[in-house]
Design a protein around this ligand. Structure first.
Ligand SMILES: Cc1cc2nc3c(=O)[nH]c(=O)nc-3n(C[C@H](O)[C@H](O)[C@H](O)COP(=O)(O)O)c2cc1C
Length: 190
């Protein structure tokens, strides 16, 4: 039987989820979602995406890397350590965290296409999770290229992290943020 929820409804309903319940998504749930990510369009069938599903230790290490960057702005050493510990603990406590990476191609044109294709996959992940009753939150930033984050993920040379996607069962769904209607941003060109 096909899912009665329309794609339009899923797209409109999806929100970035910041609070999750205690239920961890199962390995099977995550595998099902990632198979849908791998259905994303990609030019030349490069299939450039790579997925790193981080367990508690890896999540803690990634959080510690992020925390260490934040702690650089904190002068007091005890307070700085507290920042690192709390960000690490917050990440460890997430129900699931997936680092979506891309294989970095030598050719700049293919590199750009592969990066774009990986984002199409990430959009699939958000919508497929929504359809499965799960929520996602995309996280990006310079931390993704930090050697400590790369080490936490176990990223090999030749790949870069495109996004971190937190995944879990939503405990709270934020209100939608207002969007400019597409018609106000559209030019119909003769
Ligand atoms: C490319 C990209 C990068 C993002 N990076 C972050 C991030 O680093 N931190 C964060 O809190 N949210 C991040 N987000 C989530 C956006 O803030 C969020 O999608 C936006 O506020 C709209 O809210 P909604 O997803 O609930 O509709 C990112 C989203 C995208 C598409």
């Amino acid at each position: 039987m096909s899912d009665p929820t329309s794609l339009a409804e899923l797209i409109s309903r999806r929100r970035s989820i910041k609070q999750f319940t205690d239920r961890d998504p199962t390995r099977e749930e995550i595998e099902r979602l990632l198979e849908l990510v791998a259905q994303a369009p990609n030019h030349r069938m490069t299939q450039p995406w790579r997925f790193y599903v981080l367990g508690p230790g890896a999540r803690r290490a990634y959080g510690a890397a992020l925390g260490a960057r934040k702690a650089k702005r904190v002068a007091d050493p005890d307070a700085a350590r507290e920042v690192v510990d709390s960000v690490a603990a917050r990440h460890e406590a997430l129900p699931a965290m997936i680092a979506v990476a891309v294989v970095v191609h030598d050719n700049p044109e293919i590199r750009e296409e592969d990066y774009a294709a990986t984002w199409m996959g990430i959009q699939n992940l958000g919508l497929a999770a929504e359809a499965a009753g799960l929520g996602t939150h995309i996280k990006t930033g310079a931390v993704m290229d930090d050697p400590r984050s790369r080490a936490a993920v176990g990223l090999p040379d030749g790949e870069r992290i495109v996004a971190i996607v937190n995944l879990g069962e939503p405990a709270a769904v934020p209100d939608p943020k207002p969007r400019v209607p597409a018609r106000d941003l559209t030019t119909w060109v003769d």
